[in-house]
Design a protein around this ligand. Structure first.
Ligand code: PTJ
Length: 248
């Protein structure tokens, strides 16, 4: 492991890059994951590498949706597994969600490597390997899910998701929580709750909101859900990026 002093002004960004590189070396992250990370970083730079208020509101709405859900599932791909495995475990525990590995470029080797990596980070039950369910409207490999996981979920968290799949999941009437730094991506556009924030900040913040809302009534949670406006959140994120004020 490389040592990055925490005082470095770009500590978080360097740590993130290092984790993605490490993920590729371990067979967890795809090479395309490196490109995706680069794209995300550009948006994050313009946002000032911070959680903007509309993203915080989205993270709170996401927590409320997850606490209200009958069967919430968090989808994990090669980038998410490399970047924040322990934090995914914390969120799953806080809201009682299943964790399922779901890949854009699915190979059995990478499925297994990610499942092992998540186990090492304390997530005991990892779904995705059974693949006995399908998302309608997608080609064979990309449609694979576990029937008792994403297949039967009412609320799904899909970070860094590909647009086709985000759309197909939406058509299955699932509440979709998307984490994507690009507010103009199709995934963000079709989400019930689009979170325009870095996954490294978004996941711990959803968990913090969920812990704070643990004793809230159904009515209170439903009010948070109803109050959230996806179009407004996307608009606010795009404004922040275009103004470049985040980046000073
Ligand atoms: O592991 P796999 O096979 O499932 O593949 C995963 C990737 C991410 C490679 C695959 O889904 C892909 O190619 O995704 P895209 O189309 O590049 O979309 C990724 C989106 O996530 C882009 O809009 C990026 O801006 C955004 N993004 C990248 N890094 C982050 C991010 N959003 C939040 N936090 C990040 N760290």
């Amino acid at each position: 492991d490389i040592e990055i002093p925490e005082s470095h002004p770009r500590y978080q960004s360097l740590l993130t890059r290092h984790r993605i590189e490490d993920g590729v070396e371990k067979g967890i992250t795809s090479k395309q994951g490196l490109i995706a990370q680069g794209r995300g970083e550009a948006f994050d730079y313009l946002l000032g590498e911070q959680t903007i208020p509309s993203a915080d509101a989205a993270e709170r709405a996401a927590a409320a949706h997850l606490l209200l859900a009958d069967h919430p599932v968090i989808s994990v791909n090669g980038n998410v597994a490399a970047l924040c495995p322990a934090e995914i475990g914390d969120l799953a525990e806080a809201v009682g969600a299943d964790v399922e590995v779901n890949l854009f470029n699915r190979t059995e080797e990478r499925m297994q490597a990610i499942a092992d990596h998540l186990h090492e980070h304390g997530i005991e039950q990892v779904k995705g390997l059974t693949a006995d369910g399908r998302i309608p409207g997608l080609d064979h490999e990309r449609a694979k899910v576990d029937a008792d996981g994403i297949g039967s979920a009412d609320v799904v968290v899909v970070p860094l998701e590909d647009g086709d799949r985000a759309e197909a999941l939406g058509e299955m009437d699932k509440t979709e929580i998307v984490v994507d730094l690009n507010p103009m991506s199709r995934s963000a556009q079709v989400a019930t709750v689009p979170i325009v924030d870095n996954i490294m900040r978004a996941v711990p913040n959803i968990t913090a909101h969920a812990r704070e809302l643990r004793d809230a009534s159904r009515e209170e949670l439903e009010a948070i859900v109803a109050e959230f406006d996806a179009d407004e959140a996307l608009e606010a994120a795009e404004q922040a990026i275009r103004s470049g004020e985040g980046g000073e």
